[in-house]
Design a protein around this ligand. Sequence first.
Ligand SMILES: NC(=O)C1=CN([C@@H]2O[C@H](COP(=O)(O)OP(=O)(O)OC[C@H]3O[C@@H](n4cnc5c(N)ncnc54)[C@H](OP(=O)(O)O)[C@@H]3O)[C@@H](O)[C@H]2O)C=CC1
Ligand SMILES: CC1=C(/C=C/C(C)=C/C=C/C(C)=C/C=O)C(C)(C)CCC1
Length: 317
Amino acid sequence: MASSGQKVVLITGCSSGIGLRIAVLLAKDEKKRYHVIATMRDLKKKDKLVEAAGDAYGKTLMLLPLDVCSDESVKQCINSVKDRHIDILINNAGVGLLGPVESISIEEMKRVFETNFFGVVRMIKEVMPDMKKRRAGHVVVMSSVMGLQGVVFNDVYTASKFAMEGFCESMAVQLLKFNVHLSMIEPGPVHTEFETKMMEDVAKMEYPGADADTVRYFKDVYLPSSKDIFEAMGQTPEDIAKCTKKVIESRNPRFRNLTNSLYTPIVAMKYADETGGLSVNTFYNLLFNFGPLMHITMSILKCLTCSCLRRRTISPN
Ligand SMILES: NC(=O)C1=CN([C@@H]2O[C@H](COP(=O)(O)OP(=O)(O)OC[C@H]3O[C@@H](n4cnc5c(N)ncnc54)[C@H](OP(=O)(O)O)[C@@H]3O)[C@@H](O)[C@H]2O)C=CC1
Ligand SMILES: CC1=C(/C=C/C(C)=C/C=C/C(C)=C/C=O)C(C)(C)CCC1
């Protein structure tokens, strides 16, 4: 149970990656300011988290089952929290989806929206009324740079994160009236099981319905470039956990929080040209003309990312 003065933080999707790291970082807070409720849909996967939490497990960290795709599971979980009192809700659970749209069934696409979009909406709907009543609370959403800028062959994942950005941008205004803050965290590539799972899915893919050229562009152009991008600009889940901690500890939390300064110029292009031509053409050139030189392209990007742009991101340090 939370002791007085402790903030109750509920996090979704803590079996691996970013969610696991946020749970551990907050539970190990030196001043013990947080009572962490780490949730996952399958508690059989708890071992990695329990091991990483060490002594904090059972003290500042407890576990609850929660599947963000199930109304019943969400209700049961929140009802089992003392007085349904949650100070900080961190919506982290999410799934990726990669590949030519022609090869992806509508069912698979719906699964992504069910988790990444409706999963977040379901959580916010359940927790927000209590926060509004108390005139206090902070809702954090793990969005992505792909919630701000589309990336080829990530069409449906990007759409799910854009949907969430739109939902939250609208919601934030109403919530502020009730003194409830809403913040988006927008990481670029992060080395977690997300990357591994997507690569495993791609290895199994047979590309039904996609023409040979599209499959070739995906396999021989996009995938190697994406690997280079992960290598050159990938962050660790600990980095994202530190950024998230900064956001929840801020007196005046920002709505948007990019975590990777290397991505700032990519997002800035969108706002520099309202016709969209600059982003679309730059992405086209980066991928199809400079793709084989992605290492050099990344170095140029690093130079472009001067300290002034870096101030626009949340640094993990
Ligand atoms: N890795 C990256 O490059 C980036 C990731 N993100 C976002 O960060 C978030 C965390 O991803 P990351 O840590 O990288 O990936 P992981 O795959 O390591 O973690 C995803 C977590 O979400 C959980 N999850 C999936 N579906 C559900 C569900 N229905 N109910 C509850 N939990 C569920 C998974 O649980 P289970 O083990 O049961 O599948 C897992 O714990 C996601 O929202 C992702 O979109 C954003 C930017 C970049
Ligand atoms: C920037 C960029 C590319 C790839 C970006 C990638 C791979 C981003 C991954 C982001 C993730 C994984 C977000 C998760 O939410 C391309 C298209 C290769 C070339 C053009 C420039």
